[in-house]
Design a protein around this ligand. Structure first.
Ligand SMILES: [Zn+2]
Length: 289
């Protein structure tokens, strides 16, 4: 199967979800619980497209499951691998930087309309940011020091997608704040200097990534509590520059999240790759009927 090409999307704008679905369970639901004859069950199942929740949930429920094993068994009915199909879902954040490549990609799969589904979901920037953060956390190893640079790079790619951050981070050893820079960053041998406000936003992202980890709230400035982070933001003039004047720390935190996550509505386009699903449904039905 030809892989879909997402290289024209800016980094961090496409989140991939994979789930396995057990066709033995699905056939069971359609024939025993709903009472359809195998032939009707087959045509229903071929058309069936799971919901976005089912496709992207971190905790799968029957007939969906997750497994990293080479020969997994269905956790509900013990069916072997030939009964399983993989469903890949690509969640694309709507917006100026993704509209053109998204339209092009959707157009290229439109002809194969059974094989792909596109599901539009209304969302907002805050939820999209936390989905992105979740995916980022899973991809990082918080026990390795390198995650701090990886998380910093990921946020910079999201914040300023036009820069080639992969190149800037090549062989990089440290990231430091610089009061000489008004915006953006500047590489100096193995060090990257970031404008102080941008650096502080990176600290906030590091804090958010690591706050639920056993050592909690780790950043390039060591371990920070939320209060310390806010104090740092206030002392550097970040709060004043963003008109954050409240003294309530939770209110400040909310407004800081609006700064790093953005606010307002957003559409998320879920492109569901059903190719393996359809193939498997056909072969399973052939052996079933
Ligand atoms: Zn099953």
């Amino acid at each position: 199967m030809k892989e879909l090409d997402f290289t024209s999307f800016p980094p961090g704008t496409v989140t991939e979800y994979t789930t396995l679905v057990c066709l033995a369970c699905i056939f069971d639901i359609f024939t025993k619980q709903i009472g359809l004859a195998p032939r009707s069950a087959y045509s229903e199942i071929k058309r069936y497209c799971p919901t976005v929740d089912e496709l992207t949930s971190r905790t799968a429920v029957r007939p969906f499951f997750d497994s990293d094993e080479k020969h997994p068994r269905c956790p509900y009915c013990n069916a072997a691998k030939r009964w399983h199909a993989r469903l890949d879902t690509y969640a694309i954040e709507g917006g100026k930087t993704t509209d053109a490549p998204r339209r092009k990609l959707v157009k290229s799969v439109e002809k194969k309309k059974d094989q792909f589904a596109v599901i539009e979901v209304k969302s907002d920037r805050r939820s999209a940011f936390f989905d992105w953060l979740d995916t980022l956390r899973i991809s990082l190893d918080l026990n390795e020091q390198a995650w701090l640079l990886d998380a910093t790079k990921a946020y910079l790619e999201r914040k300023e997608p036009k820069q080639n951050w992969s190149e800037i981070f090549e062989g990089l050893q440290t990231v430091r704040p610089s009061s000489r820079l008004a915006e953006g960053g500047q590489r100096d041998s193995a060090r990257l200097f970031l404008a102080t406000p941008l650096y502080n936003e990176c600290l906030l992202v590091q804090y958010l990534v690591s706050r639920s980890h056993e050592h909690g709230g780790r950043t390039l400035e060591g371990r920070l509590t939320l209060l310390e982070l806010i104090r740092r933001m206030r002392n550097s003039g970040y709060l004043a520059a963003h008109s954050i004047s409240t003294t309530d720390q939770f209110e400040i935190f909310e407004q800081l999240l609006d700064e790093v996550a953005g606010s307002g509505q957003l559409k998320v386009y879920h492109l569901v790759d059903r190719r393996e699903f359809i193939d498997r449904v056909k072969s399973v039905y052939a052996s079933y009927a």
